[in-house]
Design a binder for this molecule. Sequence first.
Ligand SMILES: Nc1nc2c(ncn2[C@@H]2O[C@H](COP(=O)(O)OP(=O)(O)OP(=O)(O)O)[C@@H](O)[C@H]2O)c(=O)[nH]1
Ligand SMILES: [Mg+2]
Length: 328
Amino acid sequence: MPTNLPPDYFKIEEAFRKATSNEEKIALLKEMMSVVPKHKGTDRLRADLRRKLASLKRGPKGRKAVAQHRSPFNIDREGAGQVPVVGPPNTGKSALVRALTNATPEVAPYPFTTWTPTPGMMRFENVQIQLIDTPPLNEDHVEPELLSLIRRADVVLLVIDLQGYPIQEFEDAVGFLEQYRIAPSYRMEEYGGERGWSFKPFLILANKSDDPQDDEDAEVLQELLGDEWPVLPVSAETGRNLNRLKRAVFDLLQIIRVYSKPPGQEPDMSAPFVMAKGGTVQDFAAKVHKELAQALKTARVWGEHVYDGQMVGRDHVLYDGDVVELRT
Ligand SMILES: Nc1nc2c(ncn2[C@@H]2O[C@H](COP(=O)(O)OP(=O)(O)OP(=O)(O)O)[C@@H](O)[C@H]2O)c(=O)[nH]1
Ligand SMILES: [Mg+2]
């Protein structure tokens, strides 16, 4: 038992020993975790508390639910992309999902608050992107379903705490994911030949950058991690840089928005068709209507890369913001 624990700890521990209900024990364990100081000397104790908490949350052994419900980790894809928000405990993942989407996952000042994922929709301009709040990455309790969820992602947001130990958190999280063969896209060439790897675009969110003064720390962090790991300082609390965050996620998704213009009418600019970057007129037609794609003869395009109403063929590559009139 570490010697320098605050007196509160022992009071809570005593209450914990006397507690009878599961709920009460869970609440007291969380309290204990919040008062234990974070340093090497308490590593063992903290790991032990985490294990106890995990086992309490799992409930009594051998009492399997009768009906097999669908796993909460299996989340239907909605909108223009699926983007889990992952990272070590207490870095502000849930707070960010709350600030960016319509979802309201629990936020609390102690670690291991979130135990199941919560999806929410984030609006960027005229598209909706699905963010997913997730339980913390945890060496002591590896959740295989969380890893599968990350493997299905289009982009991964890795949240670290700029006011905590951001470099350590980054290294631990990346090392952890790598153990389970999840790596950033830029390493694809290196590991590409080996089977079973998932490569994802990552964005590092240096959360709790509440003040513009924190940017200096974020710059140092960026310097240390290198260009392959884009770092964005954000604050769930003050909303700093959340608009930049939305734009960055959109860019990492590598998607474009294309608008359909029925002949003789104006396009509906509030309802884009979302396609992968590099998509052609043919791909667009297939999105609008399957039969259209077959009957397509030519198309006219308005946008930055063409002159207004330029006639193009099926193979013409489209760009974000293009307006297309399909002709059969
Ligand atoms: N100052 C500051 N505090 C923040 C910010 N974002 C989150 N917090 C606080 O950090 C604590 C943890 O936030 P959560 O959103 O619960 O963190 P989490 O990463 O979801 O935690 P787990 O679910 O336990 O993994 C809470 O006390 C939040 O109020 C921020 O941008 N600035
Ligand atoms: Mg959380």
